[in-house]
Design a protein around this ligand. Structure first.
Ligand code: ZN
Length: 336
């Protein structure tokens, strides 16, 4: 099968190119294994971190942790999907036996695999997973749009669910960063809360996208202090830089919550603020399988509509460079 393969271990902050190679097509090796024929693989900022050596992986390596497709082959004990079924791939593959998995938090499972991160992922024609990680989709589902739900959408959904607990009707929710995750978060907040939504992005086209996705207002980071004042009930930060975190924290009102969903910088907050404003700070790491099922339902009924830019698999390098340069809005996916 064709795959875009990372063959060099990066040693700096330079984007490493991928090589188009023929790899052996995976086959079901275990009784619950499923081989998925890839329809679309999302292009994530984490892929940039891997290609710049900030997240170590062993090479050769196939990226792609945000995948959809059709069941191509199944192991002998697989009972919940059949060949030809359209599926969305939950990003974690695990056996379900550890305590975190029994609570549904596969992201914290000690023995989990994450295709595209610690084993071969979906920048390829076929992907090996297990049936436990699959969500069945209708045959006519838009699989390119659905792929973006399994990582970008899921993290946005989990962040919004956490934020919703702090959001009363009319209270202010701030979404910082209107990229692949942020534009979905705006839609999720709009569909599931009655909050006022303020979206923040450096790019005018991303602010326009936020408004078209349902944000009530959009502004640049330099305008945030004036636009939000100090009354936000929740801020979801998809940028995660020193600057975004500090400006987000300063616009929280009493009892406000800061949710970190992007990574890159570090956070410094006076304890005086934590105490006197009862500020809450919480991280968001992907999400649970049930959350992905819920989000899938929102998307299938049209309440969440991912904005997708499609590249062919062989154009993976261009997609990654465009993501790094911020030259598209929404989420990029690769199609084999
Ligand atoms: Zn990702």
């Amino acid at each position: 099968m064709r795959a875009m393969v990372m063959t060099d271990q990066p040693d700096g902050r330079t984007l490493q190119p991928l090589n188009s190679q023929e790899l052996p097509q995976p086959e079901p090796a275990g009784p619950f294994d499923v081989v998925v024929r890839i329809a679309a693989a999302g292009v994530c900022r984490s892929d940039l971190h891997i290609l710049m050596g900030e997240l170590p992986v062993s090479v050769p390596h196939v990226l792609g942790h945000e995948n959809s497709g059709w069941v191509h082959a199944v192991g002998p004990m697989v009972s919940t999907v059949e060949v030809g079924q359209a599926v969305l791939c939950y990003p974690f593959v695990s056996d379900g036996l550890s305590a975190p998995e029994r609570r549904g938090v596969d992201s914290a499972a000690p023995g989990r695999r994450t295709p595209g991160i610690d084993c071969d992922g979906g920048y390829a024609e076929y992907l090996l997973v297990t049936e436990r990680s699959l969500i069945r989709l209708p045959a006519d589902a838009d699989l390119a749009a659905m792929a973006t739900l399994s990582d970008a959408g899921l993290a946005a959904y989990r962040a919004c669910r956490k934020a919703a607990a702090a959001l009363e009707p009319g209270s202010l929710a701030v979404v910082v960063g209107v990229g692949g995750l942020g534009h979905l978060a705006v839609q999720i907040l709009r569909s599931t809360t009655a909050a006022r939504i303020l979206a923040v992005d450096t790019r005018a086209e991303a602010r326009d996208l936020a408004v078209s996705c349902g944000a009530h207002h959009a502004c640049s980071p330099t305008e945030l202090a004036a636009a939000a004042g100090s009354e936000a009930a929740a801020v979801i930060d998809f940028v995660g830089s020193d600057e975004s975190a500090s400006s987000a924290l300063s616009c929280l009102g009493f009892g406000g919550s800061y949710f970190a969903a992007g990574v890159g910088g570090s956070l410094s907050v006076p304890i005086l603020q934590l105490v006197t404003k009862e500020t809450r700070i919480e991280g968001v790491y992907v999400g649970t399988y049930p959350e992905l099922v819920e989000l899938t339902r929102l998307a299938l009924r049209g309440d969440v509509r991912p904005v997708v830019v499609t590249y062919s698999l062989s154009d993976a390098d261009r997609a990654l460079k465009d993501l790094a340069a911020g030259s598209f809005v929404g989420r990029a996916v690769l199609t084999p």
